[in-house]
Design a protein around this ligand. Structure first.
Ligand code: PLP
Length: 394
């Protein structure tokens, strides 16, 4: 007998994956150039040159075991030292190697962190709609309950009033994702300050710390000169979950980290992260890519390409009459469905070979997500289909 919950998770594919597969089938029938696939968040901008160069240098100059052997369970010490130095220089973070645990990307960062802090079956973890759908899977896997804060469809910021109301004696953590998938919004310093006040007050009231899990795979994909904020500066009990999947276009290499700063009040959290990594078999993140990201600290893929796509798509769709959330970061445009049922809207789009994702699974019915990590040329070629689609509603 297989585990029923795992069977269900493994046999149901997500709406995004289904659309992506449909796109591939459709491309074989009608030609790749006639399918406009905006479904998935797979970075299209190439990894920066330093990735290829670092790999070549490492391969040419090191012995096999120094390339492919195990590192320490938490990651190579020199890598973690380099990371600490970089975070100190860039964000004045006051961290050291032993605040970092190297992981296989943000998904591992999140599952390990949740496992490390969830204690009892009644524990609750707050997520703010719209949210990355895997959060509920990760939270339930850690043995806690996901509590969903309804979306603030006016500004797509965090409704602080709803946050305060949602906190109970069982609240263990809140997951915050900025720049946000799917809304493309970025939380301001003011939002973090106010959120920190609420979390501090409520932690005192309920008698234990509420952790802020800052999920930051899009940290550097930010536009209009907005500042990148170091979240532990606003709230001491912050645990940062990072990934190089998007910033360096390396999603297939599975590399990221967890940062537990010294400001986290319970000194058992970092050892618990190490324990959770061990229990879940996530020790020793890919060695070669630990060394590669060390050599590429501070580099990113060319963010101007995403910025140009963003402007092209946002301006193009607004002009046609679509109601779009102005994207400040990440590479997603969030659009209000012109009919209440975003699934029906997405089906009409599909009939025009436009693949856009209804946001019900992101906790935000009535909206769709359009991923613009695609070729600019495809965005331009898709405009007649977007026009035909909106004309069905006017
Ligand atoms: N968190 C968010 C908000 C994401 O959008 C993603 C991937 O798209 C992840 C986490 C998982 O990232 P990774 O591929 O690094 O595991």
């Amino acid at each position: 007998m297989a585990n029923k919950e795992m069977y269900t998770l493994g046999s149901q594919s997500s709406v995004i994956r289904e659309l992506f597969s449909y796109g591939q089938e459709q491309a074989a029938k009608v030609g790749k150039e006639n399918v406009f696939d905006f479904s998935i968040g797979n970075p299209t901008v190439p990894a920066p040159a330093c990735i290829r160069e670092s790999i070549a240098e490492i391969m040419a100059t090191r012995e096999s075991a120094a390339i492919h052997g195990y590192t320490a369970a938490s990651g190579d010490t020199a890598v973690r030292q380099g990371l600490a130095q970089y975070m100190n220089d860039t964000y004045d973070a006051h961290v050291k190697a032993d605040n970092f645990y190297m992981t296989c990307g943000a998904a591992a960062s999140l599952t390990i962190t949740l496992k490390a802090i969830v204690e009892a079956p009644e524990d609750e973890v707050l997520v703010i709609a719209p949210f990355f759908p895997e959060y509920t899977v990760f939270i339930e896997n850690a043995g806690a309950h996901a509590v969903i804060l309804p979306p603030d469809t006016e500004h797509f910021q965090i409704s602080l009033e709803n946050l305060e109301k949602a906190i109970t004696p069982h609240t263990r953590a809140i997951i915050v994702n900025s720049p946000n998938n799917p809304a493309g919004t970025v939380y301001s310093a003011d939002t973090y300050t106010k959120m920190a006040d609420i979390l501090t007050k409520k932690s005192a009231e309920i008698g234990h710390a509420i952790y802020l899990i800052s999920d930051e795979p899009y940290r550097e994909i930010i536009y209009d000169g907005l500042p990148i904020l170091y979240v532990p500066k606003f709230y001491a009990n912050t645990i940062v979950c990072y990934s190089y999947s998007k910033s360096l276009s390396l999603p297939g290499e599975r590399i990221g980290y967890i940062l537990v700063p010294d400001s986290v009040s319970d000194k058992d959290v970092y050892p618990a992260v190490c324990g959770a990594g061990r229990a879940m078999g996530f020790v020793c993140a890919p060695h070669l890519f630990q060394d590669v990201v060390l050599k590429c600290l501070g580099q990113t893929s060319d963010m101007n390409i995403y910025d140009e796509n963003r402007k092209l798509l946002y301006n193009g769709l607004e002009e046609m009459g679509y109601d779009c959330v102005y994207p400040q970061g990440a590479f997603y445009l969030f659009v209000k469905s012109p009919e209440p049922d975003a699934n029906a809207f997405s089906e009409k789009a599909k009939a025009l070979n436009l693949l856009i994702v209804p946001a019900d699974s992101f906790g935000c019915p009535g909206y769709v997500r359009i991923s613009y990590c695609v070729e600019a040329d495809m965005i331009k070629r898709s405009f007649p289909a977007f026009k035909k689609l909106i004309e069905q509603y006017t």
